[in-house]
Design a protein around this ligand. Sequence first.
Ligand code: GLN
Length: 287
Amino acid sequence: MLLTIAQALSWAREQLSSHNVSDDGLHDCAAIDSKILLAASLQREVIYLHTWPEKRLDKLQTEIFKHYMSQRILGHPVAYIIGFRDFWTLRLNVSAATLIPRPETELIVEISLSLDLAKCAKVLDLGTGSGAIALALASEKPNWLITGLDKIAEAVILAKDNATIHKLERVNFIQSDWFSAVEHQQFNLIVTNPPYIEDNNRYLLQGDVRFEPSSALTSGSDGLDDIRLIVSQSKHYLAADGWLVIEHGYQQSDPIRDILTAHGFIQIRNEYDLNGFPRVSLGKVEK
Ligand code: GLN
């Protein structure tokens, strides 16, 4: 007997709760994950599940849903299972080659849009991954000249695919280990969500993050190796009055302020995430 949408959801929620895979201690993630997985199995939006709770899944949909559920029970992140994640206003393809875009990273987009930049600002996104920040900015600022770079070839391919899907091909994606392949030029804005977790942090041993590439997550014993490098090199690539905007861990704003200060950055400030933690630091280089 094939299940209705309502029955499939309650089965899935029960499964995920009992296997403890979708629990962040804050939200009913088992219910949220069940809905996202079922909607993707039906190739519909979540709202469809609420509109048609009595509708029965067909055989193929049931098979797909069961496959997705078995993956989730093994711990695979929902975004990798269904192949996409919504970020800003964009649905982005994701793969295990890149970090899954996080809601808190939308803070970088908001801050960047609030800066007083030229109409045709030159913008660089360091470690673009799926292209999330670069594409979100491009979707809001048709005149900005945006480059996104990543050292992982698969990430660059993915970001380009996402650009094509959203008709944002004007964003230039290149493969580069930080600035190694960037021609010398001056940007008005450099943004980055670099790896910033300490190598041995226990956080890396649990949940979705176990499936994400460590190259996108960890950066030395204090998590700041890449940020030190980015700050020291960015100053050579920033135009006068250009901004550097960095996402980081909630306990890293003090050391990052010191790094920025040591490299001659001014007007340094923090921005806070929805939980009230300082998660983004920004500053201008004195020229
Ligand atoms: N914010 C991510 C997390 O906490 C880490 C991403 C990163 O290192 N850039 O899982």
